[in-house]
Design a protein around this ligand. Structure first.
Ligand code: FMN
Length: 367
């Protein structure tokens, strides 16, 4: 069985010193314009060093893709100096730095985008209160969007990151192209399952070609996806198995599922036998490393994930205990911090935005 402290080498040559990576987590700490803050540098500095890699909070590739206040920006060269500082604080003691790149699509609003009209694959609002009806992207705008992801990747390379992760999960724009709920197009970018995959297909090819044509060595490209949607129509687990089949044959360095619980079973009747993570691992059959995630709190959890994935991403446990990794690796698990209080916030670098998430997503771990 794969051990948590085993190294792993990706196909583009980058090596992680162990199997634990920090899951991408939005901090809401960036300046109003997306520039990295000192708070953010302190927060990442405190958590890196022991980990194989840190995947950053989502960084937007276009201004209109900004999903919330305090989000990292990657849509202009003006962000490169701040992103360089971010990459270098993460890269202390051999931890690798991966920038997650993202576009909110219809999951934002024109207040956050400073008046710019929200966009998506089709003019269908998300099923949530107050959602704005997005503008359907025109063909040339879709091509510009792919260029924007490529430009953000170039900036990540220039800033000294070790890779990018394409955020195709959590209902944001990449997923909106794949979903039959948000993509009702009748042109070449929508309709059948195969056509709804076209945007992802072109995006992954565009980004990986850019990286392979650059002179940066060992720079990796990963892809994150969510396995199912609840909307009707929506992405079903069988659609995701199709997606994974396509992506496993692409020149990607890893695939990364997005789950809140690694043992979650599909909602579809025909995939009830085991966790979704296990079905996906089986589908990939060793073609590309898979990152598993979702409520990993102990070494035992991490080892269970490593039976269904090659790498484990840890999010919330690292918010509470920045030294979680060394404690679980060095038989000091009894020292892992399991709860936090307001008094711990400052020393753990948990500013208001992250704390708000914590109150919503892990109230049981707040004293
Ligand atoms: C505060 C917070 C912010 C998050 N932001 C992102 C994000 O920017 N991008 C992303 O792909 N997932 C994001 N997630 C989801 C996590 O990456 C992860 O999948 C989830 O928290 C489950 O892992 P955990 O139980 O180890 O925290 C976020 C989760 C939390 C708690």
């Amino acid at each position: 069985m794969t051990k948590v402290n085993e190294s792993i080498k990706f196909s583009r040559g980058l090596e992680l010193k162990n199997r634990i990576v920090m899951a991408p987590m939005t901090t809401k700490m960036s300046f109003y314009d997306g520039v990295v803050t000192k708070d953010e540098l302190d927060y990442y500095s405190l958590r890196s060093g022991e980990l194989g890699a840190v995947i950053t909070a989502a960084a937007n590739v276009q201004e209109v893709g900004k999903g919330w206040e305090g989000e990292l920006g990657a849509y202009d060269d003006k962000f490169i100096p701040g992103l360089s500082k971010l990459a270098s604080v993460i890269k202390q003691s051999g931890t690798k730095a991966i920038l997650q790149i993202f576009h909110g699509g219809r999951m934002t609003n024109s207040k956050v985008t400073r008046g710019k009209e929200v966009v998506s694959a089709s003019a269908i609002p998300a099923e949530r209160p107050g959602a704005e009806t997005p503008k359907e992207l025109r063909q040339e705008e879709i091509l510009e969007l792919i260029e924007a992801y490529k430009e953000a990747t170039r900036r990540a390379m220039e800033a000294g990151f070790d890779g990018v992760e394409l955020h195709g999960a959590n209902t944001y724009l990449i997923q909106q192209f794949f979903s039959p709920h948000s993509n009702r197009r009748e042109d070449e970018w929508g309709g059948s399952l195969e056509k709804r995959f076209k945007f992802i297909d072109e995006l992954v090819d565009g980004v990986t070609e850019l990286v392979d044509q650059s002179d940066r060595e060992n720079f990796i490209v990963g892809y994150r996806f969510s396995p199912e949607e609840y909307e009707e129509p929506g992405i079903r687990f069988a659609d995701t198995l199709y997606l994974v089949e396509q992506l496993a044959n692409k020149p990607l360095d890893y695939l990364h599922i997005s789950l809140n619980d690694y043992s979650r079973v599909s909602q579809s009747d025909d995939h009830q036998g085991k966790p979704m993570l296990a079905y996906i691992f089986e589908k990939i059959a060793g073609r590309v490393p898979l990152i598993g995630v979702g409520d990993v709190r102990s070494r035992e959890d991490a080892e269970k994930v490593l039976k269904m994935a090659n790498i484990v991403a840890v999010g919330r446990a690292l918010l509470i205990d920045p030294n979680w990794t060394s404690k679980i690796m060095n038989n000091q698990e009894e020292l892992v911090r399991k709860q936090v209080s307001h008094f711990d916030r400052e020393k753990l670098g948990l500013t208001n935005g992250v704390w708000e998430f914590m109150e919503n997503m892990m109230a049981d771990r707040i004293k």
